[in-house]
Design a protein around this ligand. Structure first.
Ligand code: FO1
Length: 315
């Protein structure tokens, strides 16, 4: 299961580890689609694209999202018309992906099939499935000081425009309750030898995937060991603003608290950083090692440690 940057980088390491150690193994990725947004009539799926571009070597490495060697002529032209919003940067190369996706969706092609078609070009070396073909969008309720009331905004506006600085009163996955898992999702979890939760945002990435009825249940029911990798190191998110999301749910920003949030019904093993070696989670095997994904080799070693923990808890 994967969100955006953290999930994609972990997957690159996992893929490298398996290519070297277990070349017949295959990876199925269940991608978060709660971050998806429609802008200028185009359906944008940031987390699916981040995984696809990262594994397909088309990602802007420094940013962690969007295309490498990107230009922004369309964005500038839209701004010249005064078109809104201007806080979300769609690059020219990236826009081609959104145009095709939007066209296929309008023709009635489900998102899972659209994603498979896009992946034919990028060949990510994994089977990338959206969590659901149904529309799910994460929205955030913020305290709107100006009007004195609560205001519901799209997750991307909170994340990108407000940098998660406005305290979130509530974070909801709109549409999740009536969504169904995309074809292959439940089967992938049931048939897996190992299920890994990468260091993705536990609320708006993994949490949103688990909010689709049937997915959490599949995880609870699978006979495969489930191992998570902590996105929190030493009380802070490695990347992104997961702390703001955790605070909104009343969860402390610590490796132990996130492990407990998943809990023994979901995970069998929890990999934390060496600085969090003291973290304990009731009913879950906790192991520690350096978790900074500094390059692909370091990340491959993290993935190997997660797989070793899975083998240990399976035994
Ligand atoms: N993040 C930003 O901080 N600013 C942007 O303008 C922006 C544009 C963007 C376009 C396509 C895409 O796939 C991702 C993009 N992101 C941008 C990243 C994205 O907003 C979030 O980081 C993820 O949704 C969180 O996982």
């Amino acid at each position: 299961m994967a969100g955006g940057i953290g999930g994609a980088r972990f997957l690159r390491g996992l893929r490298a580890a398996l290519r070297a150690d277990e070349p017949t193994a295959s990876i199925t990725v269940i991608g978060n689609t709660g971050d998806d947004i429609t802008l200028f009539g185009l359906r944008v799926c940031p987390d699916l694209d981040t995984v696809m571009y990262t594994l397909g070597e088309g990602i802007d490495e420094q940013q962690g999202w969007g295309r490498a060697k990107e230009s922004f002529a369309v964005k500038d032209e839209l701004a010249s018309y005064g078109a809104q919003p201007q806080w979300f940067g769609l690059g020219d190369r990236d826009i081609a992906t959104h145009i095709l996706r939007t066209q296929w969706l309008a023709e009635g092609v489900p998102l899972s099939e659209v994603t498979a078609r896009l992946c034919e070009r990028w060949r990510p070396g994994v089977r990338l499935l959206p969590m659901s073909d149904d529309k799910v969008e994460t929205h955030v309720v913020i305290d709107d000081g100006a009007s004195g009331g609560r205001r519901l905004i799209h997750f991307q506006e909170w994340w990108v425009r407000l940098h998660a600085q406005a305290p979130a009163l509530e974070i909801t996955a709109v549409g999740a309750a009536t969504a169904t898992p995309a074809p292959g999702v439940v089967e992938a979890i049931a048939d897996a030898d190992v299920v890994l939760l990468p260091p993705s945002n536990p609320i708006v990435s993994i949490g949103t995937i688990l909010a689709v009825p049937g997915i959490r249940q599949a995880l609870v029911a699978t006979s495969a060991p489930v191992v998570g990798v902590s996105p929190i190191i030493g009380g802070a998110p490695v990347r992104g603003m997961a702390d703001a999301c955790l605070t909104a749910r009343g969860v402390e920003t610590s490796a132990a608290a996130v492990g407990a949030l998943y809990g023994p019904s979901l995970i069998d093993g929890w990999l934390v950083d060496t600085v969090d070696a003291g973290a304990a989670v009731d009913g879950v095997e906790v192991r520690s090692r350096p978790l900074l994904m500094t390059d692909v080799e370091a990340t491959a070693d993290i993935a190997r440690a997660a797989l070793a923990l899975a083998a240990e808890v399976r035994a």
